[in-house]
Design a protein around this ligand. Structure first.
Ligand code: ZN
Ligand code: ZN
Length: 199
């Protein structure tokens, strides 16, 4: 049972609304790296356009990983607007898409070209799996940060500066702007600042 497979007869002349949430692992093609995303939600509408079919909607999900600054869990949601045209045809287009997906860790593929080409489908239904997977791959964040203003770990004492202030910041020449507020807090509540035990 494939949740992202829609029968052509369901689209009909009037089109139809489509909404599904799938496990990303279930749409992962063989020989690809697993992605730190639990689920992908696909929502939108199919329209019939004289033998071809248009899907317009959104692919949404949430990447999860350790914040590069403070090492706590960073959740990075994505919401990609998509417009896919499907035409019945040979499987060649699928191969092109597969190729683009393989490039995910290297240089960016020619996305514009991929989006303009109609996607081929065979038989009586349209399978969205490869296209949803492709969008999830492209939505990968370049780096994981829990919040834009994450203050990170103190390079001297290792304290998480989002939760606690420390006095090391006084000597830190590369103090991030976001840390000024914490320095003020440290002055107000000196008893909260951890004691400095080593360099
Ligand atoms: Zn962080
Ligand atoms: Zn410190």
């Amino acid at each position: 049972m494939n949740a992202l497979r829609i029968p052509i007869t369901l689209i009909g002349e009037e089109g139809c609304v489509f909404e599904e949430c799938v496990s990303v692992a279930s749409i992962q093609p063989p020989d690809t790296r697993a992605l730190p995303v639990e689920t992908a939600t696909v929502s939108g509408r199919f329209e019939s356009m004289g033998g071809e079919y248009l899907f317009r909607g959104h692919v949404q999900g949430e990447y999860e990983g350790a914040c590069v600054r403070c090492l706590e869990l960073a959740r990075i949601p994505f919401d990609v607007e998509v417009a896919w045209v499907f035409a019945e045809g040979p499987e060649a287009v699928f191969e092109e898409i597969g190729h683009a997906v393989e490039l995910d860790s290297g240089s960016a593929p020619d996305i514009e070209k991929e989006l303009e080409a109609p996607r081929a489908f065979q038989g009586h239904d349209i399978n969205l799996d490869p296209y949803v997977w492709e969008e999830v791959v492209f939505a990968q964040p370049s780096r994981f940060v829990c919040h834009d203003d994450c203050a990170g770990l103190c390079p001297h004492c290792g304290v998480n500066r989002n939760h606690h202030a420390c006095h090391c910041a006084d000597n830190d020449t590369q103090e991030p702007i976001g840390n000024r507020g914490l320095a003020v807090l440290a002055d107000l509540f000196p008893e909260l600042a951890p004691k400095q035990t080593k360099e």
